[in-house]
Design a protein around this ligand. Sequence first.
Ligand SMILES: Cc1cc2nc3c(=O)[nH]c(=O)nc-3n(C[C@H](O)[C@H](O)[C@H](O)COP(=O)(O)OP(=O)(O)OC[C@H]3O[C@@H](n4cnc5c(N)ncnc54)[C@H](O)[C@@H]3O)c2cc1C
Length: 394
Amino acid sequence: MKIASCDILVIGGGPAGLMAARKTARKGVKTLLVEKESQFGLKVCGEAVSADALAEAEISPWESSICGREINRVLVYPPQEEKKVEISAGAIGYSGGYILNKMAFLEEMGRSALQEGTEIWMAAVPNQLVRHDGLFRCTIDIAKGVQLVEAKVVIGCDGMNSLVARTFFNRKGYRRISCLQYEMANCHLADPTRLEIFLGSNVAPGGYLWIFPKGEGLANVGIGTQGVPARKCLDKFIDAHPRRFQKAQVLSMGAAPVPIGGQIEELVQDGLMLCGDAAGQVIPLTGAGIHSAIAAGRMAGQVAAEALIEGDISRKRLSIYPEQFNETWGKRIADSLKAEQLIVKLSDQELNQLADIFTGQDIVDLANGFNLTRVGIKLLKYPGFAATIARGLL
Ligand SMILES: Cc1cc2nc3c(=O)[nH]c(=O)nc-3n(C[C@H](O)[C@H](O)[C@H](O)COP(=O)(O)OP(=O)(O)OC[C@H]3O[C@@H](n4cnc5c(N)ncnc54)[C@H](O)[C@@H]3O)c2cc1C
């Protein structure tokens, strides 16, 4: 069998992999990215990103085909919906954001990776990855048959069911939540620049439900649940909200899990790195993982390329990537996980009471793991369950 060789093999063409490949190729390192699907961005996604995530991806928000709809506000509804809490961009330092056309966004990231010199194989399915004589050997099913690839470094960006993680890493504590989303047309949304999030045991046990507007009545309407079927809950919610959905129609449906158990402990080994969903790098309370995946891909790609150029791809050298990631994202993910574990246990009544106490800033700080201490100190002033949460946060 003919052997193709590269310096760095990136497995998976999502936000993490496309960023990692762009960065390694930019440093002049021979990079091959393999994506199992024939198109980027087929996985279902709410498509909400902050403006900061676009900056991290080095993509201009003025690319209108990519950034469908600008978002200025978020409304969070507890079970008693009239107690909703508003998060407004600007007022509290939340940078606002966009609902992406994620497919177009990833195609643009793919174009950038190609321009930097990455070779990309689409519809290429790796089926075995082994170490061999100090290199990695990967057999890959492609249209022409089976291709053997040899690489010095492998970066696993292959999502939840990562081949790289399953083969080489221990993902103890890796936990997922089931998600389902409809893309719906003819929705009646009062404000198309506003995200809506709904909580409660009657709506989304163990998770939340989202309505993300895409303009002209189009919306991503999705749900994450634990222990109950997501579809039944989503249909029930749609039936219970006729003002928004009376004339609405489902254009497409997709389901996929999101890892919400926090980042796994080990992200690198000799010649190996793991990024994005594959490594659990998702903000647990929100389930958002696009920005963190791009950040991880950027750091891992830069570190891998520099390590190769220096001739040291040991675990120690590659550990600069987790060190950099943990300085910012690692702590946020750990703090958001802490908050998620407290919030998920609350009764509907407690969620309603919390909505009376919380401001938009409190929700942003808690959900994103920005500042648990400030929220904890605030909650200490309240008796009962609020004080219990406070002690958990502090
Ligand atoms: C329903 C839902 C809604 C979401 N909404 C949002 C949101 O609004 N905002 C947000 O920030 N995050 C959201 N997320 C999370 C977000 O989608 C992920 O965290 C993010 O895409 C992770 O990027 P990634 O590159 O690590 O993995 P992925 O996006 O999963 O990409 C992995 C890529 O690798 C490919 N692949 C997998 N296995 C192999 C293999 N063996 N060989 C080759 N290729 C392979 C896949 O086809 C895919 O293209 C949502 C997730 C779900 C499921």
